[in-house]
Design a protein around this ligand. Structure first.
Ligand code: PMP
Ligand code: GLN
Length: 394
């Protein structure tokens, strides 16, 4: 039999699916894969149901329903001061994952270099490689997850086509500083390159820290493709509605990739997300405030358990250093083994951060002392998980 594609053949299933399956099989509390355990606003779900029963259920326009494209353009203006033409500068996709795939497929030519920042969300690497890119990686380093300017510069060259920037960052919980974004902007201009900005956690930043899209920086309007996800903004991760904002010229080939990937996205969900995006500022404030309280609840409990909690500025995730707890319990400092052990012995599941690193002989080994816990869960669930972890650890 002929060989199937070498990137996907023999590839492991994503860590999120693997850990969720393990949690289900062991009846463990799942703080691994990032999804809320309470669904998003009822009026959004009601709108989707009404549209499903009484609305239009055939192919919507390829770029997305005008009502949603307008809502995305309005949100760009309202939150970031970006003027966006809804007719030509917004594309609706089936989730941010499809958006990433469309952008990478549409921009990359064989042999282009793509800069990725480790730790990285797992689909970036295979999608970039499958599109023909050579990947150059640079690391943000814990516990502060700062970007090293020289290392960043060293990853760029005349062959660089684009950088993928995830801000706020999964799994680090980092929000990039203005200074770091400024360095990236300078390099994009110097090397005439683009940025695919994965901003799915744009509304989930804490302690009053604003989210600033790279696209809003001087000179960046035409170099960035900015990706959002209704899954995160409205606690509806199963809906898989994403949206890309980009200059007309840059977005056009991306739309062509989209037309042969999914072509369209369910119209009832688009109508409902348009309603969601138009919600008042109070919705967005309470979304972030609720999550911030959950972050604090989980952080306090995890540190009482003997885990060193790393600062989290945004997203759904807290990262902890497991070193001292492993030493105390005589366990190897191995994040993957730790996640299995706490699933089996404590009844709580998390995700090993080493899964967010490029694992091949050309790259430095991944750190093995960090584990990611998801906090977008009901308080009672967080409390129960913490009780279980404490009685295992202490
Ligand atoms: N990017 C990042 C950083 C993510 O954490 C996720 C996971 N939800 C996605 C993209 C994918 O988003 P979606 O579910 O909308 O495809
Ligand atoms: N983004 C989610 C996470 O980081 C997972 C999404 C998925 O399972 N594909 O946990």
């Amino acid at each position: 039999m002929k060989q199937t594609n070498s990137i996907y053949t023999g590839m492991q299933t994503t860590i999120f699916e693997v850990m969720s399956r393990l949690a289900r099989e062991n009846g463990s509390i799942n703080l691994g894969q990032g999804f809320p355990d309470v669904d998003g606003p009822l009026d959004i779900r009601q709108k989707a149901a009404d549209e499903l029963l009484n609305g239009y259920n055939q192919y919507p326009p390829m770029l997305g329903l005008p009502v949603l494209r307008e809502a995305v353009a309005d949100a760009n203006k309202r939150f970031y001061g970006l003027e966006v033409d809804p007719a030509t500068e917004v594309l609706v996709t089936s989730g941010a994952t499809e958006a990433l795939c469309d952008c990478l497929t549409a921009l990359i030519e064989d042999g282009d270099e793509v800069v990725l920042i480790e730790p990285l969300y797992d689909c970036y690497l295979p999608l970039a490689r499958r599109a023909g890119a050579t990947v150059k990686s640079v690391r943000i380093v814990p516990p502060k997850w700062e970007l090293d300017k020289e290392a960043l510069e060293a990853a760029f060259s005349d062959k660089t086509k684009l950088i993928v920037l995830n801000d706020p960052h999964n799994p680090a919980g980092k929000v990039y500083s203005d200074e770091e974004l400024g360095w990236i902007a300078e390099l994009l201009e110097k090397y005439d390159a683009y940025a695919i900005c994965d901003e799915v956690y744009e509304h989930l930043t804490f302690d009053g820290r604003p989210h600033k899209p790279l696209m809003a920086f001087p000179g960046m309007r035409e170099r960035c493709l900015r990706i959002g996800s209704a899954g995160k903004t409205f606690s509806l991760t199963g809906w898989k509605i994403g949206y890309i904002t980009g200059g007309k010229e840059l977005l056009d080939p991306v739309a062509k990739a989209h037309q042969f990937a999914t072509f369209t996205t369910p119209p009832n969900l688009q109508e409902a997300i348009a309603l969601g995006l138009n919600k008042g500022d109070d919705y967005y404030h309470s979304l972030a405030a609720d999550l911030q309280a959950k972050r604090d609840r989980l952080a306090k409990g995890l540190s009482e358990t003997g885990l060193e909690v790393i600062e989290c500025q945004g997203t759904y995730f807290l990262t902890v250093d497991i070193t001292s707890l492993c030493e105390k319990k005589g366990l190897p400092i191995d994040d993957a083994a730790f996640c299995q052990t706490i699933t089996f012995e404590a009844g709580v599941t998390a995700v090993p951060v080493s899964a967010f690193y490029i694992q091949d002989e050309d790259h430095l080994p991944a750190p093995k002392n960090f584990v990611r816990f998801c906090f977008c869960k009901q308080d009672s669930v967080l409390d129960e998980a913490l009780e279980k972890l404490k009685s295992w650890a202490l």
